[in-house]
Design a protein around this ligand. Structure first.
Ligand code: C2E
Ligand code: CA
Ligand code: CA
Ligand code: CA
Length: 280
Protein backbone atom coordinates (compact mmCIF):
# COMPACT_ATOMS: atom_id res chain seq x y z
CA UNK A 1 0.00 0.00 0.00
CA UNK A 2 2.89 2.27 0.88
CA UNK A 3 4.47 1.59 -2.51
CA UNK A 4 1.31 2.41 -4.39
CA UNK A 5 0.77 5.61 -2.48
CA UNK A 6 4.24 6.74 -3.39
CA UNK A 7 3.72 5.88 -7.04
CA UNK A 8 0.53 7.90 -7.09
CA UNK A 9 2.28 10.85 -5.50
CA UNK A 10 5.04 10.82 -8.08
CA UNK A 11 2.54 10.64 -10.88
CA UNK A 12 1.08 13.96 -9.84
CA UNK A 13 4.08 15.76 -8.49
CA UNK A 14 6.08 16.64 -11.60
CA UNK A 15 3.41 18.59 -13.51
CA UNK A 16 2.43 20.48 -10.36
CA UNK A 17 5.99 21.35 -9.57
CA UNK A 18 6.47 22.45 -13.17
CA UNK A 19 3.49 24.79 -12.83
CA UNK A 20 4.78 26.24 -9.58
CA UNK A 21 8.23 26.70 -11.15
CA UNK A 22 6.69 28.53 -14.11
CA UNK A 23 4.75 30.84 -11.81
CA UNK A 24 7.85 31.55 -9.77
CA UNK A 25 9.89 32.32 -12.87
CA UNK A 26 7.15 34.60 -14.21
CA UNK A 27 6.97 36.43 -10.90
CA UNK A 28 10.69 37.14 -10.80
CA UNK A 29 10.64 38.14 -14.49
CA UNK A 30 7.81 40.55 -13.73
CA UNK A 31 9.83 42.13 -10.93
CA UNK A 32 12.75 42.72 -13.28
CA UNK A 33 10.41 44.06 -15.98
CA UNK A 34 8.88 46.53 -13.53
CA UNK A 35 12.33 47.75 -12.58
CA UNK A 36 13.25 48.17 -16.25
CA UNK A 37 9.92 49.80 -17.12
CA UNK A 38 9.03 47.28 -19.83
CA UNK A 39 5.26 47.84 -19.63
CA UNK A 40 3.75 50.11 -22.21
CA UNK A 41 0.20 51.13 -23.04
CA UNK A 42 -1.24 50.51 -26.50
CA UNK A 43 -4.16 52.71 -27.47
CA UNK A 44 -7.44 51.52 -28.98
CA UNK A 45 -9.84 54.17 -30.33
CA UNK A 46 -13.35 54.61 -28.97
CA UNK A 47 -15.60 56.33 -31.52
CA UNK A 48 -18.92 58.15 -31.40
CA UNK A 49 -21.83 56.40 -33.11
CA UNK A 50 -23.18 56.68 -35.70
CA UNK A 51 -20.58 59.20 -36.98
CA UNK A 52 -17.47 57.14 -35.99
CA UNK A 53 -15.74 60.39 -35.00
CA UNK A 54 -12.89 59.92 -32.53
CA UNK A 55 -13.99 60.19 -28.88
CA UNK A 56 -11.11 58.70 -26.88
CA UNK A 57 -8.76 55.76 -26.41
CA UNK A 58 -8.60 52.80 -24.08
CA UNK A 59 -5.07 52.13 -22.78
CA UNK A 60 -4.23 48.40 -22.99
CA UNK A 61 -0.96 47.27 -21.47
CA UNK A 62 1.67 45.30 -23.38
CA UNK A 63 4.90 43.87 -21.99
CA UNK A 64 7.78 44.63 -24.31
CA UNK A 65 9.91 41.61 -23.42
CA UNK A 66 13.56 41.84 -24.54
CA UNK A 67 13.50 38.27 -25.91
CA UNK A 68 9.87 37.32 -26.39
CA UNK A 69 8.71 40.59 -27.94
CA UNK A 70 5.22 41.88 -27.17
CA UNK A 71 3.46 39.87 -24.47
CA UNK A 72 -0.31 40.24 -24.17
CA UNK A 73 -1.96 41.04 -20.82
CA UNK A 74 -3.75 37.67 -20.66
CA UNK A 75 -0.34 36.06 -20.16
CA UNK A 76 0.77 38.08 -17.17
CA UNK A 77 -2.11 40.06 -15.59
CA UNK A 78 -3.43 37.06 -13.58
CA UNK A 79 0.02 36.40 -12.05
CA UNK A 80 0.53 40.13 -11.52
CA UNK A 81 -2.77 40.26 -9.63
CA UNK A 82 -1.99 37.18 -7.51
CA UNK A 83 1.37 38.59 -6.46
CA UNK A 84 0.20 42.17 -6.00
CA UNK A 85 2.69 43.31 -8.66
CA UNK A 86 -0.24 44.73 -10.64
CA UNK A 87 -0.07 47.76 -8.33
CA UNK A 88 3.32 48.66 -9.85
CA UNK A 89 2.38 47.76 -13.39
CA UNK A 90 -0.88 49.67 -13.06
CA UNK A 91 0.93 52.79 -11.90
CA UNK A 92 3.40 52.51 -14.81
CA UNK A 93 0.51 52.29 -17.26
CA UNK A 94 -1.24 55.26 -15.66
CA UNK A 95 1.94 57.34 -15.67
CA UNK A 96 2.91 56.47 -19.26
CA UNK A 97 -0.62 57.22 -20.41
CA UNK A 98 -0.63 60.63 -18.75
CA UNK A 99 2.83 61.42 -20.13
CA UNK A 100 1.54 60.56 -23.60
CA UNK A 101 -1.55 62.73 -23.26
CA UNK A 102 0.64 65.62 -22.09
CA UNK A 103 2.84 65.10 -25.18
CA UNK A 104 -0.19 65.05 -27.51
CA UNK A 105 -1.46 68.22 -25.90
CA UNK A 106 1.93 69.91 -26.26
CA UNK A 107 2.00 68.96 -29.96
CA UNK A 108 -1.47 70.45 -30.50
CA UNK A 109 -3.00 67.05 -31.17
CA UNK A 110 -5.41 67.02 -28.27
CA UNK A 111 -8.95 68.29 -28.42
CA UNK A 112 -10.80 69.10 -25.18
CA UNK A 113 -13.25 66.33 -24.38
CA UNK A 114 -11.01 63.56 -25.69
CA UNK A 115 -9.81 61.08 -23.10
CA UNK A 116 -7.85 57.92 -22.41
CA UNK A 117 -9.58 55.28 -20.35
CA UNK A 118 -7.21 53.30 -18.10
CA UNK A 119 -7.93 49.83 -16.67
CA UNK A 120 -7.61 49.57 -12.91
CA UNK A 121 -7.55 46.12 -11.33
CA UNK A 122 -9.64 45.23 -8.29
CA UNK A 123 -6.34 44.52 -6.51
CA UNK A 124 -5.34 48.17 -6.95
CA UNK A 125 -8.57 49.18 -5.23
CA UNK A 126 -7.17 47.73 -1.99
CA UNK A 127 -4.71 50.63 -1.87
CA UNK A 128 -6.53 53.35 0.06
CA UNK A 129 -4.20 55.99 -1.39
CA UNK A 130 -4.90 55.12 -5.02
CA UNK A 131 -7.11 58.19 -5.64
CA UNK A 132 -4.43 60.53 -4.25
CA UNK A 133 -1.73 58.83 -6.32
CA UNK A 134 -3.73 59.32 -9.52
CA UNK A 135 -4.41 62.94 -8.59
CA UNK A 136 -0.71 63.56 -7.90
CA UNK A 137 0.23 62.20 -11.34
CA UNK A 138 -2.44 64.35 -12.92
CA UNK A 139 -0.87 67.45 -11.34
CA UNK A 140 2.61 66.33 -12.38
CA UNK A 141 1.57 66.19 -16.05
CA UNK A 142 -0.71 69.24 -15.74
CA UNK A 143 -3.71 67.40 -17.14
CA UNK A 144 -7.42 67.90 -16.56
CA UNK A 145 -9.15 65.02 -14.75
CA UNK A 146 -11.53 64.56 -17.70
CA UNK A 147 -8.50 63.63 -19.88
CA UNK A 148 -8.32 60.33 -18.01
CA UNK A 149 -11.09 57.86 -17.24
CA UNK A 150 -10.87 54.93 -14.85
CA UNK A 151 -12.20 51.51 -15.94
CA UNK A 152 -12.99 48.89 -13.36
CA UNK A 153 -14.71 45.62 -14.14
CA UNK A 154 -18.11 44.86 -12.82
CA UNK A 155 -16.78 41.74 -11.04
CA UNK A 156 -13.88 43.52 -9.32
CA UNK A 157 -16.38 45.99 -7.88
CA UNK A 158 -18.59 43.20 -6.62
CA UNK A 159 -15.64 41.24 -5.20
CA UNK A 160 -14.26 44.27 -3.35
CA UNK A 161 -17.57 45.83 -2.46
CA UNK A 162 -16.51 47.63 0.74
CA UNK A 163 -13.41 49.10 -0.83
CA UNK A 164 -15.15 49.98 -4.03
CA UNK A 165 -17.89 51.87 -2.25
CA UNK A 166 -15.26 53.98 -0.49
CA UNK A 167 -12.61 54.45 -3.17
CA UNK A 168 -14.70 54.90 -6.28
CA UNK A 169 -16.46 58.02 -4.97
CA UNK A 170 -13.02 59.32 -3.94
CA UNK A 171 -11.56 58.79 -7.41
CA UNK A 172 -14.61 60.48 -8.84
CA UNK A 173 -14.28 63.39 -6.39
CA UNK A 174 -10.94 64.17 -8.05
CA UNK A 175 -12.85 64.63 -11.30
CA UNK A 176 -12.11 61.36 -13.12
CA UNK A 177 -15.06 59.74 -14.87
CA UNK A 178 -15.69 56.11 -13.92
CA UNK A 179 -16.40 53.33 -16.41
CA UNK A 180 -17.91 50.00 -15.52
CA UNK A 181 -16.04 47.52 -17.69
CA UNK A 182 -17.29 44.16 -19.04
CA UNK A 183 -20.87 44.97 -18.09
CA UNK A 184 -23.13 41.93 -18.21
CA UNK A 185 -20.50 39.33 -17.34
CA UNK A 186 -20.87 39.50 -13.55
CA UNK A 187 -23.74 38.96 -11.14
CA UNK A 188 -26.43 41.30 -9.83
CA UNK A 189 -25.18 44.07 -12.02
CA UNK A 190 -28.34 46.09 -12.04
CA UNK A 191 -28.48 46.99 -8.35
CA UNK A 192 -24.90 48.31 -8.33
CA UNK A 193 -25.51 50.45 -11.37
CA UNK A 194 -27.69 52.85 -9.43
CA UNK A 195 -25.69 52.65 -6.17
CA UNK A 196 -22.22 53.33 -7.54
CA UNK A 197 -21.13 56.57 -9.18
CA UNK A 198 -20.43 55.20 -12.67
CA UNK A 199 -20.59 57.58 -15.62
CA UNK A 200 -19.93 55.11 -18.42
CA UNK A 201 -21.05 51.57 -19.00
CA UNK A 202 -19.08 49.30 -21.30
CA UNK A 203 -21.18 46.46 -22.69
CA UNK A 204 -19.08 43.33 -22.91
CA UNK A 205 -18.09 41.94 -26.30
CA UNK A 206 -19.98 38.70 -25.63
CA UNK A 207 -23.26 40.62 -26.09
CA UNK A 208 -22.13 42.35 -29.26
CA UNK A 209 -20.47 39.39 -30.94
CA UNK A 210 -23.66 37.63 -32.04
CA UNK A 211 -26.07 40.52 -31.86
CA UNK A 212 -27.00 40.30 -35.55
CA UNK A 213 -27.86 36.59 -35.27
CA UNK A 214 -29.51 36.30 -31.85
CA UNK A 215 -32.56 38.47 -31.30
CA UNK A 216 -32.50 37.96 -27.51
CA UNK A 217 -29.14 39.74 -27.41
CA UNK A 218 -30.64 42.64 -29.30
CA UNK A 219 -33.44 42.82 -26.72
CA UNK A 220 -30.93 42.71 -23.87
CA UNK A 221 -28.73 45.44 -25.31
CA UNK A 222 -31.75 47.63 -26.08
CA UNK A 223 -32.91 47.22 -22.47
CA UNK A 224 -29.48 48.11 -21.09
CA UNK A 225 -29.40 51.19 -23.31
CA UNK A 226 -32.81 52.28 -22.04
CA UNK A 227 -31.72 51.77 -18.46
CA UNK A 228 -28.48 53.70 -18.85
CA UNK A 229 -30.38 56.54 -20.50
CA UNK A 230 -32.63 56.69 -17.43
CA UNK A 231 -29.57 56.70 -15.17
CA UNK A 232 -27.80 59.32 -17.30
CA UNK A 233 -24.90 57.05 -18.22
CA UNK A 234 -22.93 56.95 -21.45
CA UNK A 235 -22.55 53.57 -23.13
CA UNK A 236 -19.64 52.04 -25.06
CA UNK A 237 -20.27 48.83 -27.00
CA UNK A 238 -17.09 46.72 -26.92
CA UNK A 239 -15.78 44.38 -29.59
CA UNK A 240 -17.57 45.78 -32.66
CA UNK A 241 -16.05 43.87 -35.58
CA UNK A 242 -18.54 44.06 -38.45
CA UNK A 243 -20.47 46.68 -40.35
CA UNK A 244 -23.68 44.90 -39.29
CA UNK A 245 -22.86 45.29 -35.62
CA UNK A 246 -21.93 48.93 -36.13
CA UNK A 247 -25.24 49.65 -37.90
CA UNK A 248 -27.36 47.85 -35.32
CA UNK A 249 -25.72 49.69 -32.41
CA UNK A 250 -25.95 53.02 -34.22
CA UNK A 251 -29.66 52.41 -34.86
CA UNK A 252 -30.16 51.58 -31.17
CA UNK A 253 -28.65 54.98 -30.29
CA UNK A 254 -25.70 53.43 -28.48
CA UNK A 255 -23.47 56.47 -28.03
CA UNK A 256 -20.03 54.93 -28.52
CA UNK A 257 -18.30 51.92 -29.99
CA UNK A 258 -14.91 50.22 -29.78
CA UNK A 259 -13.55 47.28 -31.71
CA UNK A 260 -11.48 45.96 -34.61
CA UNK A 261 -14.09 47.39 -37.01
CA UNK A 262 -12.64 50.83 -36.22
CA UNK A 263 -9.08 50.03 -35.12
CA UNK A 264 -6.98 47.58 -33.12
CA UNK A 265 -4.96 48.66 -30.08
CA UNK A 266 -1.85 50.41 -31.41
CA UNK A 267 1.46 51.73 -30.14
CA UNK A 268 1.73 55.44 -29.30
CA UNK A 269 3.29 56.33 -32.66
CA UNK A 270 0.35 54.94 -34.63
CA UNK A 271 -2.10 56.49 -32.17
CA UNK A 272 -0.45 59.85 -32.89
CA UNK A 273 -1.18 59.40 -36.61
CA UNK A 274 -4.75 58.40 -35.76
CA UNK A 275 -5.19 61.69 -33.85
CA UNK A 276 -3.69 63.70 -36.71
CA UNK A 277 -6.35 62.25 -39.00
CA UNK A 278 -9.10 62.80 -36.44
CA UNK A 279 -8.35 66.51 -36.17
CA UNK A 280 -10.22 68.83 -38.53
P1 C2E B 1 -10.68 44.61 -21.56
O1 C2E B 1 -10.44 45.71 -20.60
O2 C2E B 1 -12.08 44.10 -21.69
O3 C2E B 1 -10.11 45.15 -22.94
C1 C2E B 1 -10.66 44.85 -24.19
C2 C2E B 1 -9.93 43.69 -24.84
O4 C2E B 1 -10.63 43.32 -26.04
C3 C2E B 1 -8.51 44.05 -25.30
O5 C2E B 1 -7.71 42.87 -25.22
C4 C2E B 1 -8.73 44.42 -26.76
O6 C2E B 1 -7.58 44.28 -27.56
C5 C2E B 1 -9.78 43.42 -27.15
N1 C2E B 1 -10.60 43.87 -28.28
C6 C2E B 1 -10.91 45.12 -28.65
N2 C2E B 1 -11.70 45.14 -29.73
C7 C2E B 1 -11.91 43.85 -30.07
C8 C2E B 1 -12.66 43.21 -31.12
O7 C2E B 1 -13.29 43.84 -31.97
N3 C2E B 1 -12.63 41.84 -31.14
C9 C2E B 1 -11.94 41.11 -30.23
N4 C2E B 1 -11.97 39.79 -30.34
N5 C2E B 1 -11.24 41.69 -29.21
C10 C2E B 1 -11.22 43.04 -29.14
P2 C2E B 1 -6.25 42.90 -24.58
O8 C2E B 1 -5.56 44.16 -24.97
O9 C2E B 1 -5.59 41.61 -24.89
O10 C2E B 1 -6.56 42.98 -23.03
C11 C2E B 1 -7.20 41.92 -22.38
C12 C2E B 1 -7.59 42.28 -20.98
O11 C2E B 1 -6.43 42.50 -20.17
C13 C2E B 1 -8.40 43.56 -20.87
O12 C2E B 1 -9.74 43.34 -21.21
C14 C2E B 1 -8.20 43.88 -19.40
O13 C2E B 1 -9.06 43.12 -18.60
C15 C2E B 1 -6.77 43.44 -19.18
N6 C2E B 1 -5.89 44.61 -19.28
C16 C2E B 1 -5.34 45.20 -20.36
N7 C2E B 1 -4.58 46.26 -20.01
C17 C2E B 1 -4.66 46.36 -18.67
C18 C2E B 1 -4.11 47.26 -17.70
O14 C2E B 1 -3.37 48.22 -18.01
N8 C2E B 1 -4.41 47.03 -16.39
C19 C2E B 1 -5.23 45.99 -16.02
N9 C2E B 1 -5.48 45.83 -14.70
N10 C2E B 1 -5.77 45.14 -16.90
C20 C2E B 1 -5.49 45.32 -18.20
CA1 CA C 1 -11.26 47.67 -20.19
CA1 CA D 1 -13.98 45.25 -21.43
CA1 CA E 1 -12.85 41.77 -20.95
Amino acid sequence: AKQRGRARFELFEPPMRKLADQRFRLESELRVAIERGEFEPFFQPIVALPTTHHAGFEALVRWRHPQRGLVSPAEFIPAAEDTGLIEWIGMQVMQSTMRQVAAWRAEGLWREGWYVSVNVSGVQLRDVRIADKFAALLRQYELTPTDIRVEVTESSVIENKDVAFGLLPEIKAHGFLLCMDDFGTGYSSLSYLSELPFDVLKIDRSFIHEISRRSELLVLVRTVLGLSRELGMMVVAEGIETEDQQTILGDLDCGYGQGYRFAKPMPAQDATRWLQEALP
